[in-house]
Design a protein. Structure first.
Length: 249
């Protein structure tokens, strides 16, 4: 894709699943990549696998100091953050009436507060030198409609969608494009922790018009497109990657 070679790309939540697939994709596009993740061993394994001078640090994006440390480490390693793939997130399942305040708080902290902290910090870096950039946030089809037993996750991803729109309104004139992706049912370690293989098969059979689950690489390709010059007039958008799931009434 045009405009990605030699760009400095920070990927939060880049040590597994969609984030790791995205790191690979940006590497294939010739970008310089820095990954973050909450687990130090996982970040180390991702960096070792990716090679090609990829670097990374561990930290919890919901903590202001650790989000700031991630951004500063990435800026130092890359020279400049041209692209933020704001991908870190968690999911926990429980019926609304059984959801504990602790689970609610943790989900909102990572998925929404963490998204805000990293985006704000990177945007300030981009604004400081006046060269613009691209920020792509991780939302979900759960931002567009509810799903049973995911009240905290649904709320957090709805917040990400509105955060993205607000950022787009405020940052566009500075040359910072802001969009989000809304994946549906993707085969990732996060989703596999919430279901077994039979649950996967039943879901893709009954809920997805294409008749199959999505792959992390298919979301990574949308991340890369939205960060590229090929998407130069796409701003404030929520791009759905769901095999047709949200097309059904």
């Amino acid at each position: 894709m045009r405009g990605l070679r030699d760009k400095g790309v920070l990927i939060s939540g880049g040590s597994s699943g969609i984030g790791l697939a995205t790191a690979r994709r940006f590497g294939e596009e010739g970008a310089r990549v820095f990954v973050g993740g909450v687990d130090a061993a996982e970040v180390g394994a991702a960096v070792a696998e990716l090679g090609n001078d990829v670097a990374g640090v561990a930290g919890d994006v919901s903590r202001e100091d650790e989000a700031g440390a991630l951004i500063e480490a990435a800026a130092s390693a890359l020279g400049r953050i041209d692209v933020l793939i704001n991908n870190a997130g968690i999911a926990r399942t429980s019926p609304f009436l059984d959801t504990s305040p602790e689970d609610w708080d943790r989900t909102i902290a990572v998925n929404l507060r963490g998204m805000f902290l990293v985006a704000q910090g990177v945007a300030r870096h981009m604004l400081a030198d006046g060269r613009g950039g691209a920020i792509v946030n991780m939302a979900s089809t759960n931002a567009l409609g509810g799903e049973v037993a995911f009240s905290a996750y649904n709320a957090s991803k709805g917040g990400v969608l509105q955060l993205t729109r607000t950022m787009a309104l405020e940052l566009g004139t500075a040359g910072i494009r802001v969009n989000c992706v809304c994946p549906g049912f993707i085969d990732t370690p996060l989703n596999r922790a919430l279901s077994d293989e039979e649950g996967f098969l039943a879901y893709e059979r009954n809920e997805i018009p294409l008749g199959r689950r999505g792959q992390a690489e298919e979301v990574a390709s949308v991340y890369a497109f939205l960060a590229s010059d090929d998407a130069s007039f796409i701003h404030g958008a929520a791009v759905v990657v769901d095999g047709g799931q949200t097309a059904a009434m």
